[in-house]
Design a protein. Sequence first.
Length: 433
Amino acid sequence: MSDSRAENHDVQIRKSIWLLFILLLAVSPSPLFAASPLSLDEALVMALKKHPQLLEARENVNGSEARTGLALANYYPQISVVADWSKGRSYFGPLERAISTEVHTEAMYLKQTIYDFGRTKGAVDAAQSAREAAAETVAVARQDIALRVRIAFYLLLAAEKQVLATGETVRAREAVFQQAQEFFSQGIRAKVEVSRAEANLYAARTALIRAENNRDLARVELANAIGIPSLADRQPVAPAIGSAPLPDEGQVLQEAISRRSELKQLDSLGSVAAANFKTARSGYLPILSGTASIGYADRSFPPGDNVWGVGLNLTMPLFSGFSTREQEKESLAALRGIEARKNSVKLQVVKDVKFAWLGIREATDRILSTEKEVAAAGENQALAMGRYQEGVGTIVEVTDAQAQALDADTAHIQAVYDYQIALARLDRAVGKE
């Protein structure tokens, strides 16, 4: 009897524990398991694995490979099986009368192009070069996505730091507001200082609302750059930020010209245009092909008489309405247009490299300058607050010092992440992910 009571008691305890656990799940304001932080490397891996833009570029490569196989098909024989039945009545001259006919034919036909003076080779070369161009498109897409993720990641980190800096200003102005109220209650200061302090406080809170909204927008942008609907509760983790010497501008330019995927893509497109030009010129030349057939034919079904045939076919184009000439002109214009576009892209590459290089240099100088600005503004704010608490400073002095400190923090945050973004842009300008 006692064992039964003890067992019932254990069951009641377990039920109570489960009920408490369910209640905790229902009323807990925060999740029991915190979301893992999001690093920049993980964000890049996610984006380069599943981003729709990259998947589309890869499928374009698959399509180019299929078109290459389609062009190669002209090297192989064309084989077909034909079954034919015909019945009718027609006039037969030697007999000088109409007769009825009925023929059953089943045959296999083979046709092989022997030589087409470069038509097939040109088509294959064009398809293979188009496939190489599509592969470079994938590389361009990867680099663009990586740059976008890096910029969005750094902008989100900057937005979060801006929220923290603005929050510090809100807390500082709350302290000033409370001090102003205390001075007014003691009859030391006028009511106008309380109103001024309150207005300053709400201005800082408005700035905080704006900063928080910018942070939320930056989260949406990062999720979109990665290719996912949202970041959920995951928080970005700032990577280790180090300072590297500014690379040599001339060396970086040479590297960019040699490895930019856009230029390699245009080289492949130039090969496509050159192959199309050769194919167009071959339109003036003949096509030599061989044919063979074997099968059965008879008036009855199934046919019993064996039939076969072999032959050579030479097709010589004489006049096609000037279409061959126009195709030649079109392909030559495309080739020249690609050369012009390549020169234009080279100019853009030079511009990208120089802009990024100058951005790194400028951000580096701003980091050093704003570090000193932050230190001086922080000291000025502390002195102004101390003077106000002692009753010798004015609220205008404190407000100016707080605004100057926030401006200095903002300038430093922007300088730090502008430097990281400039580095990312330089990598993209060179052709790196």
